[in-house]
Design a protein around this ligand. Structure first.
Ligand SMILES: Nc1nc2c(ncn2[C@@H]2O[C@H](COP(=O)(O)OP(=O)(O)OP(=O)(O)O)[C@@H](O)[C@H]2O)c(=O)[nH]1
Ligand SMILES: [Mg+2]
Ligand SMILES: [Zn+2]
Length: 196
């Protein structure tokens, strides 16, 4: 979605110390065709933070993601001189209803270093795509691009049409199945929303 709007995007998986190599590999495989770099970090163990600094350097970056993934924890780590002081950005456990005590409630921008800014934002619990038409959704999945125009039908939406090159690529293991499943799930969601 971000790439589609020409916003350079990095997918950052935090809390890597809680994951095994196998799971990390499956995530890497899932997102390798999506057109974004994927990195694995742990704000808790301070691993991968230098990589994050390299990526942020000289840019203004927005941290976006579900509630509780550690956006504010990472922000606090990146702000100079704050290691031993009171936290800049509030962090905390997320309660069962998904809105924890220290959950971030407003977006705030922080200076990391010269010309480098980071914006911590409130986490989301679901993704709302009001402006995306189901006919356009396929263009948001970069890994489908090489197969666009190769299906039997013009304007194939890669869902139930016969002779679909994207579905063939999924069967051949060229397109990640989970990503394709996300596509069809979101496609159905948009379709049903439009109906009512
Ligand atoms: N195990 C582990 N826990 C972490 C890590 N980073 C953050 N946490 C914990 O995850 C919880 C949520 O962290 P936050 O930084 O508040 O998460 P957030 O993404 O800012 O959440 P919202 O503000 O609700 O969007 C806190 O208890 C953190 O201590 C990590 O690398 N590993
Ligand atoms: Mg937060
Ligand atoms: Zn198709």
């Amino acid at each position: 979605m971000m790439n589609y709007q020409s916003v350079p995007t990095v997918v950052c998986f935090n809390k890597e110390e809680l994951s095994d190599d196998e799971y990390k590999e499956s995530l890497r495989k899932k997102y390798e065709g999506c057109g974004c770099e994927c990195i694995f970090i742990s704000a808790k163990n301070n691993s991968g933070i230098e990589k994050v600094r390299d990526i942020l350097n000289g840019k203004t970056t927005v941290l976006a993601g579900p509630s509780g993934v550690g956006k504010s924890t990472l922000t606090n780590l990146l702000i100079p001189g704050m290691e031993d002081e009171q936290e800049v950005s509030q962090t905390g456990e997320v309660s069962r209803i998904g809105r924890g005590r220290h959950t971030t409630r407003h977006s705030e921008i922080y200076n990391v270093c010269k010309d480098t800014y980071i914006c911590d934002t409130p986490g989301f619990t679901s993704l709302n795509l009001p402006e995306v038409e189901k006919e356009d959704l396929r263009f948001y999945f970069e890994e489908f691009n090489p197969f666009e125009g190769k299906c039997r039908f013009n304007g194939c939406m890669h869902v139930s049409e016969p002779g679909c090159a994207v579905k063939q690529a999924v069967e051949d293991g060229v397109i990640n199945y989970d990503r394709y499943k996300s596509y069809t799930d979101i496609f159905e969601e948009i379709k049903n929303k439009k109906k009512y």
